[in-house]
Design a protein around this ligand. Structure first.
Ligand code: FAD
Length: 476
């Protein structure tokens, strides 16, 4: 062991398992200084008039940081939790505790990498190095069969070659002991109010996810080992209602409470012990999308945040798009399948993949609202928000990103009937539609005034008039 102190700067890697920066620091240093910084830039209003982080994700992050602090304390260490700009705080703390080097995991999106550059520059003035590690993906970029600039813009081409030619590295073991400086100052976690939120207990209680590595590991164990839900994932993954139709691992992945690699190896272990099938493969397949969008962000950079994407295409926009956008956000479009999904998002911070595809397509293709506004709204609301997965998927649906098909269109009524045939999902979030028979609820245009009266629905009163006439769906 060399005689040195290493500052471990935690960001979206709030875990002790499979965490290379933590393990290597413990192995190389006499003492480590683990730090997490709540950066005010993540809690401000954006140019789209949305928040960068809404209250539910903020709560999830606070819980995740608290859990990490506890885990480090259990190993004899601690986590210094501070508020401010990392480029001011990290060099200050590094100097105070004589750190020789700072470790962090490299990010891909522009705001995150700009912050690490600022930190790197500020540290450099004190001759302290910022060492970058890779820890957010299945594959290291060095293990891909192509350099980043040559990664195919079509997922299937990428996937086939990667599946053939690349391997996922093993996980790092967890540290068994953390040694911190004797004089490491005490610190406490900020409350939601400290970060500018005045949410009430009910607002928070609606979230189905609790932050932290312990909760993430519990969910992984539940989904694989306790319930064998993994075995039928491919059949259930397009579900809408409840916790069990898909893995629901995304919030813990986004905050780095779980490493994708540890999920990969847990699935492999499961396949060995309980058998492999299409479903066990499919979860890995879906997780590969996550890797793919991160690599795409490295390739195309800030183009994913532009309305024209990397395809340089413009979108048709409605003259009253802001008015339509407001109704979409509130779940007041008069299209039950859309409104139910938006209400779920607003109340819980989560929406299924099927729901996300539909509300995004509806906003872009049916309402003709700038897709960037929708992506910014998701950025505020989603508990599992991650820049590359969110903006990459939105750009895909807007036709300015990685979708190889031109002008893909989701027929919302058909989708609603296919994926919510008994209307259980819609009625769960819109109880005022309860009395409408399930085979009539998805398209209110088909109901006469007398029917609506019979089912106790008064358009414009307890449910909005549809704001757009969707293409008829003949099978309805
Ligand atoms: C418009 C839109 C925005 C999205 N924004 C985000 C986002 O900000 N953060 C996010 O994690 N996912 C995002 N997704 C992808 C996907 O909807 C969620 O990952 C998924 O619904 C999370 O639920 P789950 O963990 O149960 O998923 P599962 O179906 O159990 O999938 C397992 C994991 O695979 C990954 N994954 C699955 N589908 C995708 C995908 N299409 N793109 C990237 N990764 C995927 C996720 O990490 C997910 O946790 C978005 C999709 C759309 C269409």
């Amino acid at each position: 062991m060399s005689d040195r102190n290493i500052l471990v700067w935690f960001r979206n890697d709030l875990r002790t398992e499979d965490n290379e920066i933590l393990l290597e620091a413990c192995e190389k240093a006499n003492s480590i200084i683990p730090v997490y910084v709540f950066d005010p830039r993540y809690y401000k209003t954006t140019t789209y008039d949305t928040l960068k982080t809404g209250h539910l994700r903020t709560q999830f992050v606070i819980q995740s940081v608290a859990n990490l602090k506890q885990s480090l304390q259990n190993l004899g260490g601690d986590l210094l939790v501070l508020q401010g700009k990392p480029e001011e705080i990290i060099p200050q703390i590094a100097q105070k505790y004589n750190a020789d080097v700072v470790y962090h995991h490299r990010e891909v999106a522009s705001e995150e990498t700009e912050i690490s550059t600022l930190v790197e520059d500020a540290l450099w003035k004190f001759k302290i190095n910022l060492k970058h590690f890779i820890g957010h993906t299945f594959y290291h970029k060095e293990d891909l069969p192509f350099p980043i600039k040559d990664i195919p813009d079509i997922f299937t081409t990428f996937r086939k070659k990667v599946e053939r030619e690349s391997t996922v590295r093993p996980c790092f073991k967890s540290p068994t002991k953390i040694i911190i400086p004797n004089n490491l100052e005490a610190s406490t976690l900020p409350s939601l109010a400290d970060l500018g939120f005045y949410a009430c207990a009910d607002d928070i209680a609606a979230a189905n996810f609790k932050g932290g590595e312990s909760e993430g590991l519990k969910r992984l164990k539940y989904y694989l080992w306790d319930t064998d839900l993994l075995k039928k994932y491919k059949l259930t993954r397009n579900g809408l209602l409840g916790m069990d139709y898909s893995s629901k691992l995304s919030p813990w992945l986004a905050a780095g409470c779980l490493s994708p690699r540890s999920i990969y190896w847990e699935i492999k272990k499961y396949e060995k012990e309980r058998g492999a099938n299409d479903s066990t493969y499919w979860l890995i397949f879906e997780l590969l999308w996550r890797d793919y969008f991160r690599f795409m962000f490295k390739k195309h950079g800030t183009k994913y945040f532009l309305e024209t994407g990397f395809k340089n295409k413009t979108q048709d926009l409605a003259p009253n798009q802001i008015e339509l956008f407001e109704l979409w956000k509130k779940g007041k479009t008069g299209i039950p399948f859309i409104d139910a999904n938006m209400i779920e998002l607003n109340q819980t911070g989560f929406m299924s993949n099927r729901g996300r595809q539909n509300v995004a397509s509806f906003l872009i293709k049916d309402l003709k609202v700038n897709w960037v506004l929708g992506a910014a709204y998701f950025e505020e609301k989603l508990i599992d928000y991650s820049p590359s997965s969110n903006w990459g998927n939105w750009a895909y649906i807007a036709g300015v990103g990685n979708d190889p098909r031109e002008d893909r269109y989701f027929n919302i009524i058909k989708q609603a009937i296919d994926y919510d045939p008994k209307a259980e999902y819609v009625k769960h979030w819109l109880p005022q539609l309860e009395k409408i028979p399930h085979n009539k609820v998805h398209d209110l245009y088909h109901l006469s005034e007398s029917d609506l009266l019979k089912y106790e629905v008064k358009l414009g009163d307890n449910y909005p008039f549809p704001i757009v006439k969707l293409p008829a769906y003949s099978k309805y």
